[in-house]
Design a protein around this ligand. Structure first.
Ligand code: PLP
Length: 450
């Protein structure tokens, strides 16, 4: 409980003594002991309150301790806490049915995994088995998870120290109009030139060697990059022309983040495989999965699928997934995400951009936005260099610290403040968070030179 210094000390001590943390030099970290979470907030042991604009790791779509999710776990635990994957189970089947019914035309079945990375592993394995081809094309500025093929597909610095684990992964650049790799001067040009670049990559790699193109429908951690009009349909067209499968990684943006069940539904594109995790049950119990098209499903109708997991379709996780569908419908989550995004967030960011020279560009959709912070608006030089840390990242760290000091837990990535609160956030809390960011940007403005 709050103010219990002894309890805090014990948590800290066990953590530092025994817990090995992700992505970190173990001797260089001091993780915040968290005492409690409720809705869009969490608290440390001193009672310091944080408004969570990051939804933890962009997974907590329904917030902490949602009564519907807690109840689903309690009821399922009382009924049947676990059962192995080779049997049929009621909540597992119900969740698969709901997901397929809310998916693309031609979606047939769901393979459940433990999280997002292994969902991508299995999607690629299915694509390779189905096509008999080995290569996969993935984009720079992407994160697909930390397991073998997923980390190799990842197109950003977290891959570097891992080397190349899967030799059959090739990277290409996607559209990013604000920092165009193609010298484009309009979204139309960006689409056209990004597609031409992808087509050249396919030609050089050998179309008949490529099993799949894997992409985040809306790029998440690497910048909230919303595809420009025509890009995803263009990728689909290239896939169709060459017998290549399209895998949409919806681990971060599926289940309401941009105001759709799945983000591809906003961009007029039909995938062959879709990976999901995080928002499917807000991470209350680990789960991810792959939505599989009829065509690919049929490949494994007679021939066994060579893969599986002990916890595939875990009942506690599936029960919270089913409850998530009920809650989304009951609380009108998709509608409120669209409304809050367009009515509250977007105009407010436009207002901020007009007064803060440190905002190079703001972009996003629904409750998923990024502020691309710059040192100089003219040159678009980022506020801190690519992959900066320590002293070189100081201007950005100062902004993040200003947010935290004012009670906001931001989603910070590279030179970007990203906005990804739980989808249940009230309008008042959303405005409070935006007020805090607005004030913190004064700190960023102090580093601009333009
Ligand atoms: N794909 C995307 C787009 C993600 O954002 C993430 C996690 O952040 C993953 C895959 C990996 O998911 P997990 O951490 O559950 O393995």
């Amino acid at each position: 409980s709050f103010g219990d210094a002894e309890a805090e000390q014990a948590v800290r001590q066990n953590d530092r003594q025994y817990v090995f943390h992700s992505w970190s030099a173990q001797g260089a970290i001091d993780p915040l002991p968290v005492a409690k979470g409720e809705g869009v907030r969490f608290w440390d042991y001193a009672g310091t309150e944080y408004l969570d604009f990051s939804s933890q790791l962009v997974n907590l779509n329904l917030g902490h301790q949602h009564p519907g999710l807690v109840q689903a776990i309690q009821e399922q635990a009382g009924r049947l806490a676990t059962i192995q994957p080779a049997v049929a189970n009621d909540v597992r089947g119900e969740l698969a049915k709901r997901i397929v019914e809310h998916s693309f035309t031609g979606a047939r079945s769901v393979f459940f995994t433990n999280g997002g990375a292994d969902a991508n592993e299995y999607a690629v394995r299915m694509a390779r088995q189905h096509t008999g081809r080995q290569k996969v094309l993935a984009r720079y500025r992407s994160y697909h998870g930390s397991t073998a093929t997923a980390i190799t597909m990842t197109g950003e610095p977290r891959r570097w120290a891992n080397g190349v684990i899967d030799a059959n992964v090739v990277h290409f650049e996607g559209p990013y109009a604000y920092r165009s790799a193609f010298h484009a001067e309009s979204p139309e040009q960006e689409t056209e030139r990004a597609l031409a670049h992808l087509e050249r990559t396919i030609q050089f790699e050998g179309p008949e060697t490529i099993a799949a193109i894997v992409l985040e429908t809306v790029t998440g951690t690497n910048g909230v990059l919303v595809p420009p009009p025509g890009y995803l349909p263009g990728v689909r067209e290239l896939c169709d022309r060459h017998g290549i499968l399209l895998i949409c990684d919806e681990v971060m943006v599926g289940f309401g983040r941009i105001g759709e069940w799945f983000a591809y539904q906003a961009f007029d594109v039909r995938p062959d495989l879709v990976t999901f995790a995080k928002g499917v049950n807000s991470g209350y119990v680990p789960i991810g999965g792959v939505v599989i098209s009829e065509d690919i499903h049929r490949t494994f109708e007679q021939r066994p699928f060579p893969g599986g997991l002990t916890y595939s379709g875990h009942p506690l996780a599936c029960a919270t997934g089913v409850a998530t569908f009920d809650i989304f419908e009951r609380e009108g989550i998709l509608e409120r995400v669209r409304d809050l995004g367009s009515r509250v967030v977007e105009p407010r960011l436009a207002e901020m951009a007009a007064k803060h020279p440190s905002i190079g560009e703001y972009r996003g959709r629904g409750l998923f936005w990024a502020l691309d912070l710059v040192k100089d608006r003219e040159t678009r030089e980022p506020l801190i260099p690519f992959n900066a840390s320590g002293e070189a990242a100081a201007p950005f760290t100062a902004v993040v610290n200003a947010c935290k000091a004012a009670g906001l837990w931001p989603f910070a990535a590279g030179n970007r403040l990203q906005i990804a609160p739980p989808l249940i956030i009230s309008e008042a809390d959303l405005v409070t968070g935006l007020d805090i960011i607005d004030a913190a940007l004064d700190v960023a403005d102090g580093y601009t030179t333009g």
